[in-house]
Design a protein. Sequence first.
Length: 286
Amino acid sequence: MAARPYRFLRRTLAVGCLLAAAALPATRPAAPTDAAQPTVLRMLQLNLCNSGRAGCYTGRAMARAAEVISTEAPDLVTLNEICADDLSALHGVFQTVHPGRRVVAAFQAAGDRPSGDDTRCRNGQRFGIGLLTHVRTPATPSTVYAGTHPTQDLADPEERAWLCVDVDGALLACTTHLSATGYRVALTQCDHLLDTILPTIGRNAGYQPTVLGGDLNLRAGHDPDVRSCTPPGHQRVDDGQLQHVTATTDITLCCRGLVPMHGTTDHPGLLVTLTIDRSRPGRRPA
């Protein structure tokens, strides 16, 4: 299968490029023994099917997503199948449930092979993936890593993308939406993201605990099996279907919950608690 050349983009957020930028929530103050205390975050993965073009589009997913964010008050939200302005709207909701905190918001459009431009929603906005998190520390530039996967399903004009945000050296938070038309392609994309892209970021910028949430379009116990692209020792939870959260060994995943979306999209919300313990060894890049 032909593969597009790997495009690896590293950008520093600037005012006006993203909605906000800052550092990830700081860990709690050190205990008298100077041992770092774990950081606990609640993470929400949502696929909103909001392009306006897919059969799962209802026009009601954004309203339900706002309700879920308001009710659950997650610390980190990974978003798939959204339009660019959807991130702006959910940024406002997210800020409301975390008053007084700085917010990081990042968006990456999927490519469109026929035009060489970005894939567009029916309303003309760019279509892709996004991420939201809140912080305690003053606003500082936050580094974003993003690009398209080097292997794509050539029968699908949409070029699938990935997105990571490195904030304050505390966590590398990532999301992706893998191929839905070629499961072997999705597995190749998953392998490359977890075994090549993320370790490359770690080698170049310094290792950080890493979490990935997204619609991988792969299942556990099926052929191909999503577990075959999960690195040794990494933890993984899923929604019983296609959405997954996977994390390096210095992050404990627990308390998985499914959040009903009431038919507004074709995926439930996936809610997971992350405990980041920097005293535990992570899987450093080779």
